[in-house]
Design a protein around this ligand. Structure first.
Ligand code: ADX
Length: 274
């Protein structure tokens, strides 16, 4: 870098404004606290010409992604951000979105995540198997988003939207507790933050908001709190801890929660972790 500018890293300004908390137990706050106290800025020269990034076959930069949409003739595209394997409720959001758009971009975040999140290489196997078996491949694209998670909830939802706009999408999915962690944000705060904008005019992207979704045994379908009259006792929604226990024990979570092909990849991973 040719350093043109140097300025103090004002963490006391950044932390509460980005994260709405200054609690060091918040993983995004902890990350900032670990960073240096000085920022530098300037032009960057790339000297490594042989660098082969992870997931090279799925790493499309924004301009190439926009070209890919144009080549497919997609005028409207919905993007799905995720840091998890795609389970049945996520699958529902993406397919409902695709009912309204020409194409779907599954755009998993593969940068740094919390140590207890599932690693990106395992998730990539899950996404590929899922798309091969359950999605219309003419209407679905998978590429990676090389970005670190901040777990900043609502403000990160806006960041995620702006970045995907640069990738050329017209619609962006925001479900329950988007980019949230622990109990720092309300379930729908990441949707409410968009109320202050005139959309799609201000940001150029339509936000597709989804309420909490899960399989309902009585409806025999994935439903949301908006579409289903039945209470939580009708839902198949094992806790994260329960799912991990099942996987470690070599057992698939219910098919209503996760497709068997995904469960099998996750079982292999969970068991390799010892
Ligand atoms: S996130 O950090 O990338 O938001 P995750 O991969 O769990 O985490 O979620 C991806 C997207 O799906 C987010 O928009 C999130 O709000 C939404 N989502 C996840 N699970 C559900 C669910 N059960 N119901 C509704 N939306 C959900």
């Amino acid at each position: 870098m040719i350093v043109r500018e140097k300025f103090p890293h004002d963490k006391e300004l950044e932390i509460p404004n980005v994260y709405r908390t200054a609690d060091d137990a918040h993983p995004g706050v902890a990350q900032i606290r670990k960073q240096g106290n000085t920022c530098v800025a300037g032009d960057i020269d790339v000297v490594t010409t042989t660098y082969e990034p992870e997931f090279a076959d799925f790493r499309l930069p924004p301009a190439k992604t926009r070209d890919a949409f144009a080549a497919r003739g997609w005028n409207t595209v919905a993007a799905f951000q995720t840091r998890n394997p795609i389970h049945r409720s996520h699958e529902y959001l993406t397919k409902v979105a695709l009912e309204m758009t020409d194409g779907l971009l599954i755009h998993p975040l593969v940068g740094e995540t919390k140590s207890d999140d599932i690693p990106a290489d395992v998730r990539m196997q899950c996404y590929r198997v899922l798309i091969d078996n359950y999605y219309n491949r003419d209407k679905t694209m998978l590429s990676v988003m090389p970005l670190a998670m901040r777990y900043a909830g609502p403000r990160e939802a806006v960041l995620h939207t702006l970045i995907r706009k640069n990738y050329g999408v017209t619609h962006f999915i925001v479900g329950r507790d988007h980019a949230g962690v622990g109990n720092y944000y309300g379930t729908y705060d990441a949707q409410k933050i968009f109320d202050q904008f005139d959309l799609p005019k201000d940001i150029g992207v339509t936000i597709l908001k989804f309420e909490h979704t899960a399989w309902c045994k009585t409806c025999a379908a994935v439903v949301s709190t908006k579409t289903c009259p039945h209470g939580p006792e009708h839902k198949v929604a094992p806790s994260g801890t329960k799912v991990r226990e099942l996987l470690k024990a070599g057992q698939r979570p219910p098919n209503e929660f996760s497709r068997p092909e995904i469960a099998d990849i996750l079982i292999k991973w969970a068991q390799s972790m010892g």
